[in-house]
Unconditional design. Structure first.
Length: 432
């Protein structure tokens, strides 16, 4: 709630390239204006002025608007008709839903100075409850052609002019009469929904506007606080996992990841797309027996593992082509159904078939955990050497021997073919 400012006018004058001196039309709707100032000095050439749904209590500082033709001040707090004597070209005036009562109606004679005023709108004002209000306005403003969208007939004008003195005396007596005694209400009236019922007065309208502004400011503060809370702060390191309560999974960076078990059943693999051009120094990995935490540029990815893993034997690899991060975590208790089909000498059989050579070479450079992987499978001599050989391994050994014999046979046959040569020169006839 405040007066008209230069910034407010420039904001609504974009259709005129922000030039105020030549501005002819201006709309200042629902701006909380309670005072008209600087308008005639800044915009002297205004012809159309819309200022509905504000808090303007009186018409003032409008003497410089000589070219003003249409003035709309609907839904304001105006109580009198004064202040428009300087608007020489005023043709249309809209004062719908204001607070012009019987006392304010007597000031309608001041509109006689506006000789070009043809249309006047006063519906929704308290003065319309007066039975002879239309006659009084027609007699007070002779230049009117239409009142409340109804044309004024010549006979109606003649009758109003003849009764002007009696109407004026009756109206003055009604204004001087003491108001009806009303019992003050200590408790507010409530409707069926429990909402407070207020009278439509100037004070209540200002109070409601202030309450709406306060609620609007509170909502803006709440929205700002929520937006600040949504912006998660970048973490500088891993916080210790809580010993009590529930631990939640997190994906603050919205990373695309895959968490699954390997084909051999001995590993848990986590593949994370961290970006191709992201520097490895901005990535940190923490492997816990039941949790995996990855920190990428201060954004935390916290995942619950499907089973318990060995943290000391876990390691991290990063592809030099795609930049994807692969965390390999051996299980503490591998699946037994795969133990007889796959040899125990290969610590990472899944990587041999699915990780390219470039990733293997860069493993020692991009490792974020232990510097090397220790193979613990051959520390103790195999005690099952004297046991019965598994049929599957026996079949694979026989197949390998057969392939080796076939290769040697092909090499020997190729050597014999190279030693055998035939002289074809004697069978070729001489050239003529």
């Amino acid at each position: 709630m405040g007066p008209i400012t230069v910034e407010m006018i420039r904001k609504r004058s974009e259709h005129n390239d922000g030039v105020l001196e030549t501005l002819e039309e201006l709309v200042l709707q629902e701006e909380g204006i309670d005072k008209i100032e600087t308008l005639g000095r800044l915009c002297p050439n205004l012809k159309i002025l819309y200022m509905p749904n504000n808090l303007i209590p009186r018409l003032e500082n409008m003497n410089r608007l000589k070219a003003l033709e249409y003035l709309n001040l609907a839904i304001n707090n105006i109580t009198k008709f004064d202040g428009l004597e300087g608007c020489e070209m005023l043709n249309k005036l809209d004062l719908t839903l204001n607070f012009i009562d019987k006392e304010g109606l007597m000031t309608a004679t001041k509109l006689r100075a506006n000789i070009h005023l043809k249309e006047l709108f006063l519906p929704g004002n308290p003065c319309t409850d007066y039975p002879e209000y239309r006659k009084y306005v027609i007699a007070a403003v002779p230049s009117l052609k239409s009142l409340d969208s109804q044309k004024i007939k010549p006979s109606e004008r003649i009758a109003a002019q003849q009764a002007i003195n009696a109407l004026h005396a009756e109206l003055s007596e009604a204004c001087n009469a003491p108001p009806d005694s009303e019992v003050e209400q200590t408790l507010p009236q409530l409707n069926e929904k429990g909402e407070e019922i207020r009278d439509y007065t100037v004070a209540n309208r200002v109070q409601e506007y202030n309450e709406m502004q306060r609620l609007k400011e509170e909502e803006e503060k709440k929205s700002q606080n929520k937006s600040q809370e949504r912006k998660s702060k970048r973490r500088t390191g891993f916080e210790p996992l809580p010993t009590e309560g529930r631990i939640y999974q997190r994906n603050e960076g919205g990373f695309d990841f895959t968490l699954l078990e390997s084909d051999c059943g001995r590993l848990v693999l986590c593949d994370v797309a961290v970006g191709r051009y992201l520097d490895t120094s901005l990535i940190d990995v923490d492997v816990q027996p039941s949790w995996l935490r990855i920190l990428v540029k201060g954004k935390l990815l916290q995942l619950k593992l499907p089973c318990e893993v060995k943290t000391d034997e876990s390691f991290v690899q990063r592809s030099t082509t795609t930049g994807r991060l692969l965390v390999t975590m051996p299980k503490v208790v591998p699946d037994r159904k795969w133990s007889n089909l796959l040899p125990a000498t290969s610590p990472v059989p899944h990587l041999k078939s699915k990780v390219n050579a470039s990733a293997k070479i860069s493993c020692s450079e991009n490792v974020l955990g232990p510097s090397a992987v220790v193979d613990i499978h051959n520390i103790v001599p195999d005690a099952s050497a004297g046991r019965q050989v598994d049929p599957l391994l026996k079949h694979e050994t026989q197949t390998a021997n057969i392939i080796a014999n076939d290769v040697e046979l092909m090499k020997s046959t190729k050597g014999e073919d190279n030693d055998t040569s035939i002289d074809w020169e004697n069978d070729v006839p001489p050239l003529e």
